[in-house]
Design a protein around this ligand. Structure first.
Ligand code: ADP
Length: 482
């Protein structure tokens, strides 16, 4: 196995800074890839949380003028992650979200902020950091989209590039007048370059110029090549379909382990599922629900956005809650959805409990205490919460889209008879098919043995990074010169 060095470029990384699944992926892949002979160093922006987490750092380069200020490229470690960090206070020394100002709007200089990480990545690819030249640069999402084009403009040998789409809804398009400021010559502003509907498209540029394109599930890899799923980029992706691949995400099975999870009231394994009742009770207590182990408890852990289809949960609430069933929701995002769920918790006291905000511990308790996890997404590149749910014995009820289609085996007659079902799928993403799936789940839940079989199957599934890491390692190797 030839050793390989990869520079991973990401705008968020677990456990340091996270707004969604991208952080989980960026945080977990390096150690999973180590087992495949791949050394990963990750380049991240120097947000306050990153600088705080960085240990034993040294400056490996100083940029006197870098997108409007001075910057240093630091090298160091945070936990078991090897990092390069761009310490550029004028770009990253800001409180809160990596992308949004406190008023909820995008930071006005997001183009410069994320062009900066792509620029630094390309420079590292060209030998900026002494002793480190990556074989491959792995660019994640639009924030790293300019890496391949910056590299294509440079002289001399360059690393291979892999561009991963974690969610094609986020494309990073900025006004054309920024071209010069971003260090892009006018010659790049073409349909084969960065131009995207008259703007500079960061993701578009990455997809155009990367050696390989991946996304996070095989089904999503197909969906994004259709007009419905491609959100404007389907034509380009069809054109490049020979280099497009779908590799499922995994989850970090050390972080997500019900046998050792300190966020749980009671740890357990698939051999003592009855211990989960203590978590159900703790969850009910924490969210003000009636203490009753004999009603079905549904959970949601999600960003609140149109994508996640949670309006179906609201619309189907009366049938969901019939027979005394309960719902807990942990989420943040869209304020109208927040208000609607808040109103639901008032309308159904003791049956609906919500927490709005980000709470890692409660996310774990919901997985460990709920009977079923609802993921009714309109589209879902991979989805991680259904993987966590499987590992924790909370049965996923999911729409049949993207990675949800690829990871859950529906409890239809044959799958039940063959003993392989892990959850419930519904399609199309409509209220009636959602409520049908919920009704099927409720029926099966009453059959204790059948339900436990579902839980067992889910908990026995390999949702770790081992298989995906091998696929990434093979992909990296396949794009190197032989
Ligand atoms: P997306 O990346 O689209 O938000 P994923 O399912 O891929 O969705 O990843 C979501 C990740 O974020 C999961 O690890 C989930 O547990 C976590 N998560 C989502 N919302 C919250 C929240 N409010 N509090 C804690 N964790 C959350």
């Amino acid at each position: 196995m030839r050793p390989l060095t990869v520079l991973s470029v990401t705008s968020e990384i677990f456990p340091i800074i996270k707004t969604g699944g991208l952080a989980d992926v960026a945080g977990a892949l390096p150690s999973a890839l180590a087992a495949e002979g791949v050394t990963v160093v990750t380049l991240v922006p120097g947000y306050p949380a990153v600088l705080k987490a960085l240990k034993g750092s040294e400056a490996v380069h100083r940029y006197p003028g870098f997108f409007g200020g001075t910057a240093r490229l630091l090298s160091g470690r945070a936990g078991d992650l090897d990092l390069f960090v761009i310490d550029a206070p004028h770009l990253f020394d800001r409180p809160g979200s990596p992308y949004l100002a406190p008023d909820g709007q995008d930071w006005p200089d997001n183009a410069q902020r994320f062009a900066a990480i792509a620029r630094a990545a390309a420079d590292i690819g060209q030998g900026l950091a002494p002793g480190f030249i990556p074989d491959v640069i792995h660019a994640h999402d639009w924030q790293a989209g300019l890496v391949p084009i910056y590299l294509s403009l440079a002289e001399g040998p360059r690393p291979a590039t892999v561009m991963t789409i974690h969610n094609i809804a986020f494309q990073g398009a900025f006004p054309a007048y920024l071209l010069f400021e971003l260090g892009l010559p006018a010659s790049t502003f073409t349909v084969d370059g960065v131009e995207y509907h008259g703007q500079i498209g960061f993701l578009k540029a990455g997809l155009q110029h990367a050696d390989r394109i991946t996304t996070v599930s095989p089904t999503y890899a197909k969906e994004i090549q259709t007009p419905d799923g491609g959100m404007g980029l389907d034509g380009l992706l069809r054109f490049r379909s020979r280099v497009v691949a779908g590799i499922l995400n995994g989850i970090d099975d050390n972080v997500w382990d019900p046998a050792t999870d300190t966020h749980l009231e009671q740890t357990y394994s698939r051999d003592n599922l009855n211990a989960r009742v203590a978590n159900k009770a703790a969850l009910q207590k924490r969210l003000g629900l009636s203490q009753n182990r004999d009603v079905m408890l549904f959970g949601v852990v999600s960003r609140l956005s149109e994508q996640k289809g949670l309006d179906l949960v609201l619309a189907g609430l009366s049938s969901l809650l019939s027979d005394g069933a309960q719902l807990v929701l942990l989420g943040s995002g869209d304020l109208i959805l927040e208000d609607s769920f808040r109103a639901a918790s008032i309308a159904y006291p003791g049956q609906v409990g919500c927490l709005f905000g980000y709470d890692e511990g409660l996310a774990h308790l919901i997985q460990g205490g709920s009977d079923a996890l609802l993921v009714p997404s309109r589209f879902e590149p991979c989805g991680l919460t259904q993987l966590c749910a499987m590992r924790y014995g909370s049965t996923p009820i999911v729409s049949r889209v993207g990675g949800l289609a690829d990871t859950i085996i529906d409890a239809n007659e044959m799958a039940l008879a063959a003993g392989v079902a892990t959850g419930f799928q519904f399609s199309p993403v409509t209220l009636s098919s959602f409520t049908d799936a919920v009704a099927r789940a409720k029926t099966l839940w009453r059959d204790r043995e059948a339900w436990q079989r579902l839980q067992h199957n889910g908990m026995s599934a390999d949702v770790s990074w081992r298989r995906p890491a091998k696929q990434y390692a093979d992909l990296y190797r396949s794009c190197l010169p032989t």
